[in-house]
Design a protein around this ligand. Structure first.
Ligand code: 5GP
Length: 209
């Protein structure tokens, strides 16, 4: 998918440290009939085993490392990164599919993945960073969801510094203290962006192609 492709969908990139609530915010947005119908979630491929409650093909495509590396070699990913000892990749096909369905693509990726996606869609993407109110809250949330081992939680907290250092490059930053407020802000970001002239002019060009 080239950034010059007229058919490229608008891409919403959402990042934030583990436990910031970015996945829950994206899910709430997608589940909302008004907001969800214009969006398509990019389901990443990963070598991380699925957590309890995660659905294969809906939350992630969980595949063995060899299969992942083969897909990477074939160029099947828009971007891919190794995070917490596992591989994660955004499938190129997700953008094509979103475009065919006339939807915008929603990618929940780490800060490096976000940088790569912005490079692919420099004029057709908006990035949003979800910030936890403070590090204590983050640590509490990670412990509370009890999906990771103690070692993994420590690893995730250690990585927060890298994530926070990259926050300035994002178009928007939302502090997720109260979930409903953060969700409202995320919707406001989508609304505002969709009224900006580059977005509207791009949509008009597409409509008159
Ligand atoms: P988790 O294991 O908690 O689901 O995800 C770990 C990190 O990987 C999170 O920051 C998540 O946003 C990120 N991530 C998930 N899918 C992708 C992807 O396709 N590409 C990249 N670069 N990061 C991803």
């Amino acid at each position: 998918m080239s950034s010059k492709s007229a058919a490229a969908p608008w891409v919403w990139i959402v990042s934030g440290p583990s436990g910031s609530g970015k996945t829950s915010l994206c899910e709430a947005l997608l589940a909302d009939p008004v907001w969800g119908c214009r969006l398509q979630r990019s389901v990443s491929y990963t070598t991380r085993p699925l957590r309890t409650g995660e659905r294969d093909g809906k939350d992630y495509h969980s595949i063995p490392k060899q299969a992942f590396l083969k897909l990477a070699r074939k160029g099947a990913f828009l971007e891919h990164e190794e995070i917490f000892g596992h591989h994660y990749g955004t499938p190129r096909a997700a953008a094509t599919q979103a475009s065919r369905q006339g939807r915008e693509l929603l990618c929940c990726v780490d800060v490096k993945g976000a940088r790569s996606i912005r490079r692919v869609f420099p004029k057709g993407s908006t990035s949003v960073f979800i910030l936890p109110p403070d590090l204590d809250a983050l640590s509490q949330r990670l412990k509370k969801r009890s999906t990771e081992s103690k070692k993994d939680i420590a690893r995730r907290l250690e990585r927060v510094k890298i994530e926070l250092a990259a926050m300035r490059a994002y178009d928007y930053i939302i502090v997720n203290d109260k979930f409903s407020e953060a969700l409202g802000q995320l919707k406001a970001v989508l609304s505002a962006r969709r009224c900006e002239s580059p977005y509207v002019l791009r949509s008009l060009r597409k409509a008159h192609r």
